[in-house]
Design a protein around this ligand. Sequence first.
Ligand code: SF4
Ligand code: SF4
Length: 479
Amino acid sequence: MNPNMDDEEIEVPLYQKRIPIYTRTVKGNFRNFKTAVLLLAYAVYFVLPWLPWARPSGAQQAIMFDLVSRRFFLFDLVVYPQDIFLLSLVLFIAGALLFFTTGLIGRAWCGYFCFQTLWTDAFMLIEHYIQGERPARIRLAKQPWNVEKVLKVGGARFLMLLLSFWTAFTFIAYFNHTSGFIERFFSGDVISTAYYGVLFLTISTFLAGALLREQVCIYMCPYARFQSVMYEADTLVPAYDAQRGEGTAGRIVAKSGVHTQEERKAKGHGDCIDCGYCVQVCPTGVDIRKGLQYQCISCGLCIDACNTIMDSLGWQRGLIRYDSEANLKKVPPAKPHLDFMRLKVLGYAGALAIMIGVLVYNFATRTEFEVRIAQVRQPLYVELSDGKIRNRYEIHLVNKQQVPTQFLIKTDGIPMEAVNFGANANPVTVQAGKDLKVPVKIDLDAATAKATKSFNFVIIPQSDPSDQEVRHESFDSPK
Ligand code: SF4
Ligand code: SF4
């Protein structure tokens, strides 16, 4: 102890030496739910880019992020760069949803849906399939390298690498036309960025899911650090009921004299038989009996494990359960329930509802084309040699339809003879999913120019003339 200090200070290292985790398998509702989410997520992720989707033009697959034509194809929806606001809104909604669920039921995203969780889970299943249950894997890790160890460790790593590669390859497929993509990729016929992308993603997936695993959740994921901001005493999280588990004399293994609940109660011991099953199934190596820890990803596997033990003893389930800190402090705790009526949760729900409303409104009122008109202001006008006054404009037409569309441009307040479309014909044809900038010159004689302060451009899409747009523009001339 440092004599200059009043209290003893314990130095806590910034990085704790990694303790290898060998998870034991477990059966139960949360495990079933996690497996169902894993299968569904994999089915969706690995199948979608290969799913054909008929469109009049553009990608012929259900999902494609076409960077070349700057269009995202999402089933029947085509998103253009002009829709960036809607995309940003979707991201904000995802963020608010994350905050909302975290405030309500903790890190549900981390435990069941996060990519790191899904891929780590899959890699653990591979490991379990090749190397066996927890004791066999511990034995394998401790034994010296021999043929068995090389085959089992190497075999598992090889399959993980294969899954990492296919994950990366599928990701890159989302950005490519997938018809013939496999052949083109393996015959060296796609752009080099695709190969670098696959290489980078294969390595990062393998590193994160096969080697680093819980270290990503504990040290690399920023969400683990700021999740506490969303937590409240009423947030439901996987929690150990210490009153029931410890009693007044603490937990104790089930042995002669403290075997039945009655015997244990009589001696002050709780229902936890200190079997350690809840710790052995934890993918992040947490002992939930020590209370809520930021390493806990709320996967619920410790609940399954403890319920299995309670079932085998014929005792009531729920020694570890989804419960809140506030409820567990009550003597005895009440039945856990979702508490929506909290300012923070209501705030997240309100923000979520507003953003979803704005998104739905924008999609509902989304037009098939866009028109933007800008007057060229340098110079504002030009005096021509014949005395006429010229103003210039740029009409930007965006065709969001899957077929080419013609736009008829008319004027209101200015004779059409004064309008010059240069090289473009009127009506103007804009190809499917493309945009076009049309330079327009308007020449008026001096008297008309002086009398004309403004006029209207009327843009009429020929596919649906009732959808016409009227834009008010000014006309400038010498004072
Ligand atoms: S403590 Fe329980 S809920 Fe938390 S990560 Fe471990 S097993 Fe999952
Ligand atoms: S699984 Fe249940 S009984 Fe076993 S150590 Fe964990 S809390 Fe105690």
